[in-house]
Design a binder for this molecule. Structure first.
Ligand SMILES: NC(=O)c1ccc[n+]([C@@H]2O[C@H](COP(=O)([O-])OP(=O)(O)OC[C@H]3O[C@@H](n4cnc5c(N)ncnc54)[C@H](O)[C@@H]3O)[C@@H](O)[C@H]2O)c1
Length: 371
């Protein structure tokens, strides 16, 4: 198969879809790999590193998309990339289509096979979202603590407090991969940490490893009280299956929060948990509503590409090999976890949550492949 690794064009995105060592694995499997010139620079990989791994270097994105049929990248296609897509392509990357009506329409019109990393599921785990959730979760208290400083517009509370002065209160909503790592790093930074989750088992797991964290089951009253008392709130919930994030924080709740508190809305890639959340960039990460600083960067791990690219590529490589070695259709038929990743196929939306939110026709991928 001919595999293409384009240079990411999303604002402030420095990751790349595959490391040179994983490109070498694909070449050893007998595939031809094109890497766009400069694609790896942000992650510390030169064109020479990729050429040494057996890749061909494509001069630009147009050249790469013309040559390759399986496109392995990090973030969803940006408007400048839409024109490169056509029905010969299988797109394997993060897509987050529930809050992305325009992109969904483009994928339908271009008839690409669009497989989203974030909906590939093995039992209840999301193996291709997990590594980036861990990194984004770990970043959340760091960026929250930074923006709590007075000169960033925050309330001026130091995360760890001081001798005789209380530490900052952090509320983490969601005890999954992002939430657990947010709690872990926040604890290490000396914060006073509470984690709220909708189900008990994740809280029990968390409590075993982080005994100093207050782990509590979600209830409306408790949630509101915790929001009001917090200096930093981290949004880390997820409804599996590709649905939009629930809007747990209303404008009225924001009004009750501390002036200069920070909401790090990690869930922004699925639309965000605050009624007013909208995506921001690493260059301009914050906006303020009702006195609350909203940090809503949808590609948080892109800030640490030397860590994130390796973690992501190591997670995706086994799936890229399944797609390339078996052929796209056979790979999807063989592997139910990969089939769950297919969001759009041949002009039809194959993810129920995405179809429902955009009011588009839905068909099960298995039925399409059978028939
Ligand atoms: N912004 C970024 O750069 C970035 C990067 C990676 C992941 N993410 C996002 O982070 C979010 C979390 O991902 P994850 O991998 O940790 O998910 P996960 O499935 O591991 O954990 C989600 C947790 O949220 C809990 N939950 C769901 N609804 C809830 C509710 N109403 N109240 C309380 N808890 C609730 C679930 O029980 C689960 O424990 C996702 O939206 C993901 O897309 C964002």
């Amino acid at each position: 198969m001919i595999i293409g690794i384009p240079k990411e064009v999303k604002t402030d995105e420095f990751r790349v879809g595959a490391t040179p060592s994983n490109v070498a694995v694909l070449v050893a499997d007998g595939h031809k790999v094109f890497v766009q010139s400069g694609a790896g620079i942000g992650s510390g990989f030169s064109d020479t590193n990729y050429a040494d791994a057996g890749a061909n270097i494509a001069a630009d994105a147009k050249d790469l998309y013309e040559k390759a049929s399986l496109i392995v990248k990090v973030k969803e296609p940006q408007p400048s990339e839409y024109g490169f897509l056509n029905e010969k392509h299988t797109l394997f990357c993060y897509l987050h289509l529930a809050p992305a009506k325009e992109l969904t329409a483009v994928l339908v019109q271009t008839r690409v096979c669009a497989i989203a990393y974030e909906t590939v599921a093995v039992e209840n785990e999301l193996p291709l979202l997990k590594p980036m959730s861990e990194i984004a979760g770990s970043m959340a208290p760091i960026v929250g603590a930074y923006h709590l400083s007075r000169y960033q517009g925050g309330e001026g509370v130091l995360i760890c407090g001081s001798e005789g002065v209380a530490a900052a209160k952090i509320l983490v909503i969601g005890a999954g991969n992002a939430g657990f790592n947010a709690a872990k790093i926040a604890t290490g930074m000396g914060a006073d940490v509470t984690v709220i989750n909708r189900t008990v088992p994740k809280l029990e797991e968390l409590k075993k490893i982080l005994p100093n964290v207050k782990a509590v089951l979600y209830s409306n009253e408790l949630f509101f009280e915790a929001i009001k008392a917090s200096d930093i709130v981290v949004g880390a919930v997820l409804i599996h299956g590709g649905a939009s994030a629930p809007k747990l924080i209303t404008r009225d709740m924001l009004k009750e929060m501390k002036n200069g508190a920070v909401l790090v809305d990690v869930t922004i890639d699925q639309g965000g948990i605050s009624e007013v959340s909208h995506p921001t960039t690493h260059t301009n990460p914050i906006f303020i509503e009702e006195g609350v600083l909203h940090y809503c960067v949808a590609n948080m791990p892109g800030a640490y590409p030397k860590t994130s690219t390796i973690a992501l590529s190591n997670a995706t490589i086994s799936y890229v090999r399944k797609l390339a070695n078996n052929g796209i259709l056979q790979a999807i038929k063989n592997d139910a976890s990969l089939a769950l990743g297919v969001n759009v196929y041949n002009g039809v939306v194959t993810n129920r949550a995405v179809a429902e939110v955009h009011n588009l026709e839905f068909r099960e991928i298995e039925l399409i492949l059978e028939g």
